[in-house]
Design a protein around this ligand. Structure first.
Ligand code: PMP
Length: 359
């Protein structure tokens, strides 16, 4: 078996123990003579997985009974549309902080529904930073404030929520969900595509506070697009295998000691990698230092030819998935929860050698 050091931005590496457990259970789930993929989503086996995953999420995040959790499809991109469908009427306003390409996509969808105020944008600095509190110019009475907690492409991250003076936050946490502690009391809703920190592609996690959900519109909204449809019960066939995998990843995270323990490891990984980047000016981080992401470490090296060489040689050294997003180029090491310290050390060793030979 040759498993690479996997720095893919998503779908991303999964814990080996989770893959092995899935492999062991694939053909015969708990003695039922069938895979979980081949059973009804109303079966006791799947119902237990759904309940356990929700329970684990509640425990990991410290959520009380005032939150609902549901597993949807259509990726985070569908949430860009579903959030305003439910929470933004024609004459109403929502605030959207613009810190990157995914924020922009969320804004574009919301504009189809109501008024969008942008309290901050870092577009003029190629999204190299997230706002300071004093940068934010909120509107008077927005229904919610939307932000992208981690900007997968540009390598910036909010490690602390913006202070909205009580207005519920709606967060696209696709690329840093469960990687560091959050203050859940500030959120009306959190959504995240699973394929970076939580499991395979195919399921989107949605956490909604009940009093926020109570404000959701329902008149004229198709059944499948209403959050209530999905929080009341399992309405239609969920992506059973993806949810099963998410549940295994959540179990793995519990075994690791939960979010605080994981954050400590993530900090160590990021420190090692940024330390290497900051040693001299051979490598150049693209994000401003205070805004740097603990999940997606983005940097440039000299000219594009040298970057090509870096990527080719990294590939030969068993280091995979390091190419920056096609819209920005450069190098991106995605070091999500399941990316091990060993992988980060292997990358840093490689970077040192590459600098010695090409610097
Ligand atoms: N938001 C963020 C922060 C992302 O990184 C991505 C995917 N890279 C998306 C949204 C889009 O997710 P999906 O492909 O699941 O629709």
């Amino acid at each position: 078996m040759n498993r690479v050091h996997n720095f893919s931005a998503g779908p991303a590496t999964l814990p080996l123990s989770v893959l092995q457990r899935a492999q062991a259970e694939l053909l015969d789930y708990k003695g039922k003579g069938a895979s979980i993929m081949e059973m009804s989503h109303r079966s006791p086996e799947y119902t237990e997985i759904d309940a356990q995953a929700k329970e684990r999420l509640k425990k990991l995040l410290g959520l009380g009974d005032d939150f609902e959790i549901t597993f949807l499809q259509g990726g985070a991109s569908t949430q860009f549309m579903m959030v305003p469908t439910n929470f933004l009427g024609k004459e109403e306003t929502a605030d959207y902080i613009n810190t990157g390409a995914w924020s922009k996509k969320a804004i574009k969808e919301a504009e189809l529904f109501g008024n969008v105020n942008v309290p901050f944008s870092s577009e003029d600095s190629n999204f190299s930073r997230i706002p300071k509190q004093s940068d934010l110019k909120f509107s008077d009475n927005p229904n919610y404030v939307h932000f992208t907690s981690n900007n997968t492409i540009f390598g910036t991250e909010f490690l602390k929520e913006p202070d909205t003076d009580g207005v519920p936050l709606v967060c696209d946490a696709s690329s840093d969900f469960l990687s560091h502690p959050i203050d859940v009391s500030k959120y009306g809703m959190i959504y995240a595509g699973a394929q970076k920190n939580l499991g395979p592609a195919g399921v989107t996690l949605v956490v909604i506070r009940k009093d926020f959900l109570d404000k959701a519109r329902s008149a004229g909204i198709p059944t499948m697009l209403r959050y209530r449809t999905h929080t009341e019960k399992i309405f239609n066939t969920p992506p059973v295998f993806a949810v099963y995998m998410v549940n295994l990843v959540l179990g793995w995270l519990e075994d690791k000691g939960g979010i605080d323990a994981m954050f400590n490891i993530n900090k160590e990984k990021a420190k090692l990698l940024y330390g290497e980047i900051d040693k001299d000016d051979f490598y150049n981080g693209t994000a401003e230092e205070e805004s740097r992401s603990y999940m997606n470490v983005t940097f440039r090296i000299g000219d594009e030819e040298l970057e090509k060489k870096f990527l080719a040689e990294a590939g030969n050294a068993n280091l995979s998935g390091l190419k920056g997003h096609r819209s920005v180029g450069g190098i991106r090491a995605s070091i999500y929860n399941a990316c091990s310290m060993d992988s980060v050390k292997a990358l840093v060793d490689f970077m040192q050698n590459f600098r010695n030979q090409n610097g």
